[in-house]
Design a protein around this ligand. Structure first.
Ligand code: IMP
Length: 459
């Protein structure tokens, strides 16, 4: 075959043979097994040391990953947690919805604290969250809150996540990161959005968007082009970059945001987020075939939490909840909202292990449970008077589920200085073994505090 320029290209079959499949199984994915906030940031930070690149595949600025390095706390929303390793590739994949002003602010904040951000790359195919997405998110939530007899508000983070993903699927007026570098294309897309969204935007009052005053096409396009120029050195085809990285034999760590039970398909719908938070999101959210992922680390707390509305079968409303909330600092990294708290729900965790094909667990915040005489663990539900040990992801069904508990012995107050499995009290080890026996997957990492050093590795 010869191209118009006269250079020859190999026939398709030959080029496929020459390329060959990517090496299978060398990569790792980290996913949350509950309703988010499981401590994935710390798990990613720990595993990043053994990987050449870290890639986010879903979510947006709704996520909040906290990492403590040498006593210094970093809260990351859009930038992958791997950024805290100098010059490591930190990739924001195409499946992420990016608020360009927020990511620019986050990058500048990291640089001001001396963090090397030279490894950061943003997919040109990631979708952009614009101020009108946040306005739509807020207006929809407010409308649903007023609707006492209709569907309940989701309790979103109001970061424009759902509306940005909706535009992506709707296609007519979506803006991708690459469009921020193409003035004419950007202008026509934003103009189309204004036309289509006019009835909604008529009621818009600017919140923390970039342009003061009523939203106008011209200033918004200008602001978007300005931030696009700032981000330009980081914008590229990350799919190709990831393929090149893996083909070289380097290992990639895929960082999931939010949590499996907030997954748009497999979570407690409709009280979910807009993206694929489970491991299959790696394929769609980065362009890397899932067969490259050989290890799936599922991160779970030693108890349950949830922010926003939706069923949480083991929820507590008593002193125990207050104690866990205070000790676990259970207040949202993104919104500051107090998190709802409950006993560990192993029915829910086992479901998440199943849909993700989890190969090992990272158990976080075990120290928070220190000092209780006994602990409760949910091992089945009673739904309409019938006992069932399967998880129903449909929200109305789950709302009616009554948890069936097993009571296990508590352990002593202070385990946050434990450096090894042997240094954990026997009753804490019994709690860990109870979890792995129930879900059928080993607990590979136990976290007993926020610091990198407060980690017990069992592999
Ligand atoms: P959205 O993602 O802002 O649309 O919010 C949808 C639901 O997911 C709400 O209940 C949020 O509180 C929840 N949510 C989204 N991201 C996170 C997260 O990273 N941690 C915990 N909850 C989250």
């Amino acid at each position: 075959m010869t191209t118009q320029q006269g250079t020859s290209t190999p026939p398709l079959a030959q080029s496929l043979k020459a390329v060959g499949p990517l090496p299978a199984g060398g990569c790792t994915a980290v996913v949350g097994l509950q309703w988010g906030d499981e401590g994935k940031g710390k798990a990613v930070d720990l595993l990043a040391a053994d990987h050449h690149a870290v890639a986010r595949f879903n979510g947006g600025a709704n996520a909040g990953h906290s990492v403590v390095v040498a006593g210094e706390r970093f809260s990351l929303h859009l930038v992958p947690s791997g950024i805290l390793y100098p010059s490591k590739l930190a990739i924001v994949g195409n499946g992420v919805v990016v608020d360009p002003w927020k990511i620019a602010q986050e990058i500048n904040g990291l640089r001001a604290r001396g963090v090397d951000t030279s490894g950061l790359r943003i997919s040109d195919r990631a979708h952009v969250v614009l101020p009108y997405h946040k306005a739509e998110d807020a207006m929809r939530e407010d409308a649903l809150t007023r609707h006492t007899k209709g569907p309940a508000a989701i309790g979103t983070t109001r970061r424009g996540i759902g509306p940005a993903y909706a535009d992506k699927v709707q296609r007519a007026c979506a803006v991708r990161i690459g469009d921020l570098l193409k003035p004419d294309q950007l202008k026509s897309r934003i103009a189309a959005a204004f036309d289509l969204k006019a009835p909604i935007l008529a009621g818009w009052s600017p919140g923390d968007g970039p342009s003061p005053g009523p939203m106008q096409i011209g200033p918004l396009v200008d602001d978007a082009l300005t931030v696009g120029r700032e981000l330009a050195p980081m914008i590229c085809d990350t799919t190709r970059l990831l393929h090149d990285t893996i083909r070289r034999g380097d290992r990639v760590l895929f960082e999931g945001a939010n949590g499996s039970l907030l997954d748009v398909d497999h979570g407690t719908y409709p009280f979910v987020t807009g993206s694929s938070c489970v491991v299959s999101g790696v394929g769609t959210g980065t362009g890397v075939p899932n067969r490259c992922v050989g290890r799936v680390l599922g991160v779970m707390k030693a108890y349950s939490t949830r922010v926003g509305a939706g069923p949480l079968p083991t929820e507590l409303h008593d002193d125990t909840a207050d104690r866990i909330r205070q000790r676990g600092r259970e207040f949202g990294t993104t919104t500051g909202r107090p998190r709802r708290v409950g006993w560990l729900d192993l029915v829910a965790v086992r479901y998440s292990v199943m849909i993700n094909g989890v190969t090992g667990l990272c158990l976080t915040l075990l120290d928070v449970l220190g000092g209780f005489d006994t602990l409760k663990v949910c091992t089945a539900y009673e739904i309409n008077g019938v006992r069932d040990d399967a998880f129903p992801p449909d929200a109305p069904t789950l709302e009616g589920a009554r948890p069936v508990y097993e009571t296990v012995p508590g352990f002593s107050q202070e385990i946050s200085a434990a450096q090894s499995w042997e240094q954990l009290p026997e009753k804490a080890r019994t709690y860990v073994r109870f979890i792995e026996d129930f879900v059928g997957v080993p607990v590979e990492i136990v976290s007993v505090g926020p610091g990198r050093e407060q980690t017990i590795l069992r592999v």
